[in-house]
Design a protein around this ligand. Structure first.
Ligand code: ATP
Ligand code: MG
Length: 393
């Protein structure tokens, strides 16, 4: 029934002369995303609106699902586009539309006409009234409710006429790449993919770093992170996943530092390495999936110590979320099933029985001095042996 889609986008923060940057990026992302869908698509920007036109047969559901992954889209409206061939013709089209869409459903509706073409013989009020009457005649199952209708039938009269009544929610946010890039610390868990999604939603391009500890963590654990990166990349676009060999650094920490401080010290080196790759790729910040108090390494004291290891901003979008809320979001974005696969993480192998929950930065820094004679070489090797995997959604 539909061959075209009107794309609605949120406009907050993109007013004025930068608007075209946002719109052009959105068009690019829609084009990229629809490459994965069966059909021939044309995406255009006209008069401040974005349309997706299709040619011939196409996968309708697949198109909607794909558009739901494009940040910047607030709504997807399947739209019928008519030539302006007079009011009779429009009336017949509106009646057919309502019959086809809402058959025998007992529902209320309201016609919302918009008239950009001021030369149209009927004004907005008249269009609403007349078309309302046409619908009532054509569909006895429908009644009018101007305050709280089930169906909001939009009729836009422009150079052509646009009919739509459905706004399928998009993911919102801003098109990826309109707001710089960030380096995500991506583990195999539930939280970090969600964190990457949340930051990217605000228009940020994402690359990622994963700390791998072979042979303590398996190839399958690494593959799980690659799979998660793919699932996140459905939304964020391609991700360069940096797989860091972290084993030797972890072993050195294990050997030389107090065991109750292992996790904090390890996390501080993760942050330093992530910052290195952020700077190398031009990313201006780091992202983690931390949430206050979730585990010993995420108490306020621990976060203070972790944060002190870097000099660039660290974004933690899950910081105020309960685990349940993070789980709900991970199910919604489609990373949950992969996240819960039971493969070991490097953090879970070298954990102390009683990790500090109130680490003191000075103490931690003193413990780290015990690594002084080896850490520079170990860091250098870790950076040099990092494997970069290009991941696409
Ligand atoms: P997640 O937070 O992804 O569910 P988790 O809760 O087990 O996993 P923690 O060990 O608490 O993660 O680590 C907190 C954050 O540190 C993670 O959200 C992630 O950003 C980062 N992190 C932890 N382990 C790794 C790793 N092996 N590689 C990359 N980042 C990691
Ligand atoms: Mg976590």
């Amino acid at each position: 029934m539909f061959q075209s889609f009107l794309i609605k986008y949120a406009e907050i923060g993109i007013k004025g002369k930068n608007r075209f940057i946002f719109e052009d990026a959105l068009v690019r992302h829609i084009v990229r995303t629809l490459k994965k869908v069966d059909g021939t698509f044309k995406v255009t920007k006209e008069m401040g609106r974005i349309f997706v036109f299709t040619e011939g047969d196409f996968d309708y559901e697949g198109t909607i699902e794909a558009l739901k992954t494009v940040f910047g889209i607030s709504g997807i409206c399947p739209v019928q586009i008519l030539e302006d061939e007079g009011f009779e013709h429009l009336s017949a089209a509106v009646a057919d539309y309502m019959k086809a869409m809402y058959g025998d459903e007992k529902k209320t509706f309201k016609v919302a006409a918009r008239r950009a073409n001021k030369k149209y013989p009927l004004d907005t009020m008249e269009l609403n009234m007349e078309l309302g009457g046409v619908i009532l005649d054509a569909c006895p199952n429908l009644t009018v409710d101007v305050h709280n209708p089930d169906i909001y039938m939009t009729v836009e009269v422009r150079d052509k006429i646009y009919l739509y009544s459905e706004i399928i929610p998009g993911p919102g946010g801003m098109p990826v790449g309109t707001n710089g890039s960030a380096m995500l610390l991506l583990s195999g868990g539930i939280d970090s993919p969600v964190a990457g999604y949340m930051v990217s939603k605000r228009g940020v391009r994402i690359d990622a770093v994963y700390f791998h500890a072979p042979p303590y963590t398996s190839e399958r654990a690494k593959q799980k992170v690659v799979d998660l990166a793919k699932e996140v990349a459905v939304y964020t676009g391609p991700i360069r996943l940096h797989v860091v060999n972290f084993t030797d650094i972890q072993l050195a920490i294990y050997e030389k530092c107090p065991h109750e401080e292992l996790t904090i010290i390890m996390r501080r080196y993760m942050m330093k390495i992530a910052q290195h790759f952020a700077e190398e790729t031009g990313a201006l910040s780091l992202i983690t999936g931390e949430s206050i108090g979730q585990v010993a390494s995420q108490t306020m004291h621990s976060l203070y110590c972790t944060d002190a290891a870097t000099t660039i901003p660290v974004f933690r979008p899950c910081i105020g979320m309960d685990k349940e809320e993070i789980v709900t979001l991970s199910k919604k974005i489609g990373t949950y099933e992969t996240s819960i696969l039971p493969f070991e993480d490097c953090c879970t192998i070298f954990v102390a029985k009683h990790p500090v929950t109130k680490p003191v930065l000075k103490t931690i820094e003193r413990s780290e001095k015990k690594l002084a004679d080896v850490i520079d070489d170990l860091m250098k090797t870790a950076l040099e042996t990092t494997e970069v995997i290009h991941v696409e959604g």
